[in-house]
Design a protein around this ligand. Structure first.
Ligand code: GDP
Ligand code: ZN
Length: 458
């Protein structure tokens, strides 16, 4: 593609006994041939073969390392250019000196992500796949690795491409009607818009639901246990964790710090945070804890608001009930082993019965109900536990939300007497935002931002 030839160390720098120098570009084979001594002339070997030999500095005949050299001629290579990979054996010093030698004989040091960027620019992979390569390099868990690998293979792209095709065909049809207004098929058009946009919208929504459930499986549900001091937050955390991590005490306000515990609730990881008791307080240390716990409430995916069955509702609790009613909040009425003073009807004004669970953290009764309520709240079952084809990349999720918005706008407009060329803009916008996932028409700045996240040699 008229590019220069680049080189970098492609393996992680460290203890490993084999390291690879990757060279890519029109002059890759020629460059390596200048420093490679073997029975074969590298310029004449067939593509996709491995040669044994030595890296030798042609200026002083210094032998740097014993190597295996792999030749992959474009376009059947990772970058679609000629690629040569030198597998060195002599540790970090050797691989660096081999790289330096290659750089002195016609290659330039690659920027981070430049190999993958070339693969993308040469049409070998789309942007979603390129980003998956980043996620692959970074993935910390097995599951995250598998999700990224699937996407690098193009699983997401395979779903997006037909959706875009459907939209472009719709656009073409609408376009025909704009060009020939005398050809009066307006009702047909709005019907088509509705059908096609709804069908694509449904697929977008499925991807979003799956992505959300996938995130939960991957990262866990961040759960804040909130409530007044002494309501039984720490006891609930303990009952759930069946371990004694948080300190249970009789003195109100003693859980000053947030204690975290990860539990597995029928396969769903729950990251439980025991927050400091929320109440007005003058104690400075306790205040810091209270401020922190408000932060934890804001960040939580799920809030368990613990109320004390043994006491009447407190004003602090009334405030919390109002504040949290539009969030994913479950009300846990604790201490049902004690006589009741709480008037539950007041809670039921803002919370449906399915959102209220009764239990005794002390005796461990009612915990299963809580577990059921949580999984009912978060799981439609869209992601099965072996399923790894969900969207996990934040940029892709944002673009799916954008696509959803444009499609909803188009559908709404099709019911009103909105001029068809305006509806066309919404459809085009949804086609474009889906395209951005694949890297279509991605501006340079977006590309730079994405590829700069790579490490060197990728
Ligand atoms: P926190 O301040 O909200 O974390 O409350 P704790 O978990 O520290 O509990 C405060 C007190 O209530 C402790 O003495 C617990 O033993 C007691 N407690 C917690 N849950 C129950 C329960 O279900 N029944 C009874 N009877 N006591 C409980
Ligand atoms: Zn506590």
């Amino acid at each position: 593609m008229g590019e220069d030839t680049i080189a970098a160390i492609a393996t992680a720098l460290g203890e490993g006994s084999i390291a690879v120098v990757r060279v890519s570009g029109p002059d890759a084979i020629n460059t390596v041939a200048k420093v490679f001594k073997s029975k074969q002339n590298l310029r004449e070997v067939p593509t996709h073969t491995v040669q044994y030999g030595w890296i030798v500095d042609p200026h002083n005949d210094n032998v740097l390392d014993e190597v295996l050299v792999t030749v992959m001629k474009g376009p059947r290579s990772f970058t679609a250019e000629d690629v040569v990979e030198i597998s060195t054996h002599g540790g970090i010093v050797a691989v660096k000196s081999v790289l330096e030698l290659v750089l002195r004989h016609g290659a330039r040091l690659a920027e981070p992500g430049e190999f993958t960027k070339r693969a993308f620019l040469n049409g070998r992979i789309d942007l979603a796949q390129a980003e998956a390569v980043i996620d692959l390099i970074r993935s910390k868990s097995d599951r995250a690795f598998q999700v990224a690998r699937k996407q690098a293979e193009g699983a997401l792209s395979k779903q997006i491409v037909p959706m875009r095709q459907q939209l472009i065909e719709l656009l073409a049809h609408v376009e025909v009607n704009i060009d020939y207004p005398e050809h009066d098929v307006d009702d047909v058009s709005s019907g088509l818009i509705r059908d096609n946009c709804s069908s694509v919208l449904k697929q977008v929504q499925e991807l979003l639901i799956k992505s959300n459930e996938g995130k939960i499986l991957r990262e866990g549900i961040v759960t804040a246990i909130a409530g007044r001091p002494n309501a039984g937050k720490s006891s609930l955390l303990n009952a759930l964790a069946r371990e004694n991590k948080a300190i249970v005490t009789d003195i109100p306000g003693t859980t000053r710090d947030i204690v975290e515990e990860t539990i597995s609730l029928s396969g769903i990881p729950l990251r439980l945070l025991d927050t400091a008791g929320i109440r007005e307080t003058s104690d400075r240390v306790e205040q810091i804890g209270v401020e922190r716990s408000h932060g934890a409430l804001n960040d939580a995916d799920l809030i368990l608001l613990v109320l004390n069955h043994h006491e009447p509702l407190h004003d602090d609790e009334r405030k919390l009930l109002k504040q949290l009613k539009d969030r994913s909040t479950l009300i846990v009425v604790n201490k049902i082993d004690l006589p009741g003073q709480l008037v539950i009807e007041e809670v039921e004004q803002d919370y449906a019965k399915e959102r209220i669970v009764y239990l005794s953290a002390k005796e461990g009764s009612g915990i299963e109900q809580l577990e059921k309520a949580v999984s009912g709240m978060f799981f439609s079952g869209a992601v099965e536990s072996g399923d790894i084809t969900y969207v996990s990349n934040a940029r892709h999720i944002a673009l799916l939300h954008q696509t959803k918005q444009s499609l909803e706008d188009a559908i709404r407009a099709s019911y009103e007497s909105v001029p068809i060329d305006l509806i066309q803009i919404d459809i085009a916008a949804s086609w474009e935002s889906l395209g951005h996932i694949l890297g279509d028409a991605a501006g340079d700045s977006l590309l730079d931002q994405i590829f700069s996240q790579f490490c060197l040699g990728k």
